[in-house]
Design a protein around this ligand. Structure first.
Ligand code: GLP
Length: 244
């Protein structure tokens, strides 16, 4: 896994947007998987602007969400379904048929996970471009530190530090869901290209371990070392502890 150091957040966002545009230029019907969180917001703004100027089109592409909170309906303003529509999908020329989401408020979580696993398996050749964020504890999507890697879509109990980190988005910390559904690591490793975005010194320990530490489910992002085209796109703060 290699690392690219960007001087500013804007540079990081533009670099990631460039890779998205290049992927779509080479393959207009590309399949992408995208993260939530604060880190990718600049990239989404950049993509919306470029789409508005006619520099990129999402007309024939399709997108997979990485994860979703259990029990939050898609219309809930803190759900990741809402986030993806609000921050990107509603502002670009992506057709509804190209949007693939995990639904958090289904009656049967296992059936929802199986549905998503089958859907991901049906992507011929794997996802073209997978973009990830990283939790301060090294999680990717909501693959939390654990004794084992989970290959396929699964339900997970969020760690206390993740609940705490994500409480900033909720009016009341007690409202933060304790469970989530997340894509597993198998479709991630099957992706043709992976970018992991990391911004700020709060991510420096996780980034250093992901890049240079042992491959372990205790630091889920470390599994990306097994991929032949995985790049961490980060700023100086996030890379300050990494050996380069
Ligand atoms: C959430 C998401 C992750 C994301 C992480 C980092 O936990 N499930 O996919 O990578 O947040 O978020 P931020 O970019 O806000 O630090």
């Amino acid at each position: 896994m290699r690392a690219i150091c960007c001087k500013t957040y804007d540079e990081l966002s533009a670099y990631a947007a460039d890779i998205v545009c290049e992927t779509l230029k080479n393959r207009p019907n590309a399949v992408l998987a995208l993260p939530t969180g604060s880190t990718p917001l600049g990239m989404y703004e950049e993509l919306i602007a470029r789409c508005g100027r006619g520099e990129v089109s999402f007309r024939n592409s399709s997108f997979f969400i990485l994860d979703e909170y259990v029990d939050l309906p898609p219309a809930h303003t803190q759900s990741y379904n809402y986030y993806m529509r609000d921050r990107l999908f509603s502002h670009i020329d992506l057709p509804e048929s190209g949007i693939h989401m995990l639904i958090g408020d289904t009656a049967d979580d296992d059936a929802e996970c199986d549905r998503y696993t089958r859907l991901l398996d049906s992507v011929e050749g794997g996802i073209d471009l997978l973009i990830l964020g990283i939790g301060a504890n090294g999680h990717i999507g909501f693959n939390e530190p654990s004794d084992a890697f989970f290959p396929d879509t699964h339900k997970i109990l969020l760690t206390d530090d993740t609940v705490e980190a994500n409480a900033r988005f909720f009016d009341n910390p007690d409202e933060v869901p304790r469970f989530a559904l997340t894509m597993g690591v198998r479709p991630m490793l099957r992706a043709k290209k992976i970018l992991l975005l990391a911004y700020g010194s709060g991510k420096s320990v996780a980034v250093a371990k992901a890049l240079n530490g042992p491959i372990t489910p205790l630091l889920p992002a470390s599994i990306l070392q097994l991929h032949t085209d995985a790049t961490i796109v980060a700023d100086e703060g996030a890379l300050q502890l990494a050996a380069r």
